[in-house]
Design a protein around this ligand. Structure first.
Ligand code: MEV
Length: 315
């Protein structure tokens, strides 16, 4: 028995952090992926090593909570830098969740997306389903507490239910600028939580990000790249107010802005990556490099989580 699964990276275009408080977020899948190969084994292993508490938290949680079959050997291959704000943990969670579902004879992507969200939520101690739903589905998604058109699935934790919708992203070239500084999502989420709980100004800022995301949805539907860029710049300013930008992110945002429609940090921040929307990707990439960042010229990937493998299933 052998199952292969792969899932794409994601970039949040609008609404990171504010989505945790019920505001809408828009994310797209990117054409860089994580692939895994899963085979039966005498003992659970990841990349040839025993399951480690520290290094394999996502796989450990998945095997401990979503799997009661024989031990599995999991080999990973990643083209997504880890802790980069590009959803490497979500892509890994989606791939593992889909492979385990497939081994149980279930190929329904909505089920795997729910499991992947459970993995991230539990390992990170809280999350919205934005990253895992985007990676599972591919293309573009809107995550909102209101149920609208093109609804894909709904996911709940505690009191909150998020509805995930399909959106069709316009043709766009994005340059990612990775700062080389890790972005640790739970730390940034906790930092924003502290600010949100004690400051009315922070709560207003989060609300404003929600309004902005809905404006962005209109611009995306109209294919209005100029407006999308303007709103990205605004979203970056609001994220900076929330305290999740940093010197390295700001430097890459500043470097890319002369050649971009808009640019912003993406994901949890505090490090990780920024994205620039541009039709001069080489110039943006060069400017990012000059400031010490790692540029990736990427496109939106319409392919979400995919699995292949033997149909022999284990229940
Ligand atoms: C992280 O990629 C996005 C955050 O909004 C957290 C989440 O939605 O789970 C910061």
């Amino acid at each position: 028995m052998m199952i292969e699964a792969s899932s794409p990276a994601k970039a949040i275009l609008f609404g990171e952090h504010s989505v945790v408080y019920g505001e809408p977020a828009i994310a797209v899948a990117l054409d860089r992926r994580i692939s895994i190969k899963v085979t039966q084994s005498s003992e659970s292993r990841v990349d040839g090593g025993r399951l480690s508490m520290r290094r394999h938290r996502y796989v450990r949680w998945a095997l401990g909570n979503l799997w009661d079959g024989p031990p599995l050997d999991i080999r990973t291959r990643s083209y997504i830098p880890s802790a980069s704000g590009l959803g490497s943990s979500a892509a890994l969670s989606c791939s593992v969740a889909a492979a385990l579902r497939r081994l149980k004879g279930d190929n329904i992507i909505e089920h795997a997306a729910g499991d992947a969200f459970d993995i991230e939520y539990n390992v990170q101690g809280g999350a919205s389903p934005t990253d895992t739903s985007c990676s599972s589905h591919g293309g573009g998604v809107l995550v909102d507490i209101n149920k609208g058109e093109d609804h894909l699935w709904s996911l709940s934790k505690g009191e909150r239910t998020w509805h995930v919708h399909d959106i069709e992203p316009p043709e766009m070239t994005i340059v990612v600028g990775y700062t080389r500084k890790p972005s640790v999502t739970p730390i940034q989420v906790k930092k924003v939580r502290g600010f949100y709980d004690r400051s009315g100004f922070a709560r207003e800022t989060v609300k404003e990000m929600g309004v902005l995301a809905m404006d962005a949805l209109k611009a995306i539907k109209n294919g209005d790249i100029v407006r999308i860029g303007e709103l990205m710049n605004k979203n970056h300013s609001l994220l900076s107010i929330l305290g999740v930008s940093c010197r390295e992110l700001q430097s890459l945002v500043d470097a890319s802005s002369p050649h971009s429609y808009g640019s912003k940090l993406t994901g949890a921040g505090g490090g990780g990556s920024m994205i620039a929307l541009t039709d001069e990707p080489d110039k943006v990439a060069e400017s990012i490099k000059k400031r010490g960042g790692v540029p990736y010229i990427v496109n939106v990937s319409m392919v979400g989580t995919e699995t292949h493998g033997s149909e022999m299933t284990i229940s």
